[in-house]
Design a protein around this ligand. Structure first.
Ligand SMILES: Cc1cc2nc3c(=O)[nH]c(=O)nc-3n(C[C@H](O)[C@H](O)[C@H](O)COP(=O)(O)O)c2cc1C
Length: 399
């Protein structure tokens, strides 16, 4: 899996809130992503989760006091100097106040004053506490220091109140942390990604479609957002959750995808079209369900609008990247599509090869460039393909 956490030092600060149990899962996800995680707990956090849990899962000593035994007297300074990212989750109102005021009366608050790496704060508390002007002022002060704040979720809280204050899911926090760790090479650029299949109605209960899962397009949308882009994702019917911080437009037919894409195109700098749209649709879909009476049934099909060609024609200063899924003659077909549709790059894959194409989590693609160059990539996860593709797009001259 592509990971910006591989071999990075992450410090996880845990404070005395009811959501402290979620930081155990956060630690697990970060270590799974390749990070070396060191935990600093407040005295009050120990009331909610024992240091032994963090120690066992991180494989590292847990710092709970500036005055721990042994080498711990300077541990907070050592850790502050060697960390690549510091995250406090959950961050209590008390901790937020201390960080805003520069108070250093325990291991975590002392450490946080010494750290120079990016800092992410995940507030979690009762809704009224969160809404209090003192807490909001303190969060603004932290923003002013350049710290990233992960806004709490709204919903029913453990204390019985309803409203903002709940610590988001650890997987969501990891997505936010990834955006902090990833390069910012697409900052200021807007990317439109299409994904998934389309459905062309035969009658009200049947349609023509294909097995595209949307995973490749979703991986690209997510990777581009991690790298600082503003991302719009237009997708056909897929069983995937909206990626974090991506503007998602869900459509069904090729016509609906066309209309959505064209309405969004104006302020887009880069278009990446992974969607497996239907080339043909039933010319006259039946108004009512077709009954099983005749022995043979012939469907008259008509061509759908060629979305990629139209984007190529309206290209302007945009970069346009297409995908070609072929069962044979990949090089010839991809090269022709690249020329015909005025593309800057086309990503080709052979359907039917192991580990490549629709639905799976891996892909084996070849990148074809307008100068005739072909760059075959080894088989890899779709997230890695997404980042490799973005690496190549980042290297293209900006208009
Ligand atoms: C059961 C319980 C749950 C608590 N949950 C929270 C919480 O979610 N957020 C918060 O800011 N404080 C919460 N508190 C209050 C903090 O524990 C208290 O302010 C403490 O001083 C925080 O210490 P620390 O910031 O050093 O960890 C809770 C207290 C108790 C007893």
């Amino acid at each position: 899996m592509a990971s910006f956490f591989q071999d990075k030092n992450v410090t996880l600060g845990v404070t005395g809130g009811i959501a402290a149990y979620k930081s155990v899962e956060l630690l697990r996800l970060l270590t799974k992503a390749g990070a070396r995680v060191r935990v600093i707990m407040t005295e009050n956090a120990r009331w909610f989760v024992g240091p032994g849990t963090f120690q066992a899962l991180s494989g590292e000593p847990v710092c709970t006091s500036v005055f721990d035994e042994g080498d711990a007297a300077i541990r907070h300074i050592d850790w502050a100097q060697s960390t690549d990212l510091a995250v406090v989750a959950p961050a209590t109102a008390n901790c937020i106040g201390k960080l805003a005021g520069g108070i250093a009366d325990d291991a975590l608050s002392t450490y946080m004053l010494a750290v120079t790496a990016p800092v992410v704060i995940c507030p979690a508390m009762n809704t009224n506490m969160y809404a209090h002007p003192a807490v909001q002022r303190n969060l603004d002060i932290l923003r002013g220091y350049g710290h990233f704040i992960v806004e709490p979720d709204a919903g029913q809280l453990a204390c019985g109140t309803t409203g903002p204050g709940r610590l988001p899911d650890p997987a969501y926090i990891v997505e936010k942390l990834t955006a902090v760790m990833a390069p910012d090479d697409f900052a200021g650029r807007t990317i439109l990604v299409t994904a998934g299949p389309t459905r062309e109605a035969i009658d009200p209960v049947r349609f023509i479609s294909n097995p595209s899962s949307g995973k490749m397009g979703f991986a690209i949308a997510n990777a581009a957002r991690q790298r600082g882009a503003r991302v719009k994702l237009v997708c056909g019917p897929v069983a995937l959750a909206d990626p974090v911080d991506v503007e998602v437009h869900r459509v069904d037919s090729t016509r609906a995808m066309h209309d959505s894409v064209m309405s969004l195109l104006d302020d887009v700098d880069i278009v990446i079209k992974t969607a497996a749209v239907s080339d043909y649709r039933p010319a006259s879909p039946a108004v009512h369900k077709i009954k099983k009476t005749a022995d043979h049934l012939t469907l008259a099909l008509e061509k759908t609008t060629d979305i990629l060609r139209e984007i190529g024609q309206r290209k302007g200063a945009r970069l346009v990247i297409g995908f070609a899924a072929e069962t044979r003659d990949l090089q010839e077909n991809a090269a022709q599509k690249l020329r015909d549709k005025n593309l800057d790059l086309i990503v080709g894959n052979v359907i039917g090869e192991a580990g490549s194409g629709f639905a799976g989590d891996t892909n084996k693609v070849t990148l074809f460039y307008p100068d005739g160059k072909a760059e075959p990539l080894e088989m890899m996860g779709k997230e890695d393909v997404a980042h490799r593709l973005l690496d190549r797009i980042a290297a293209m001259p900006k208009p």
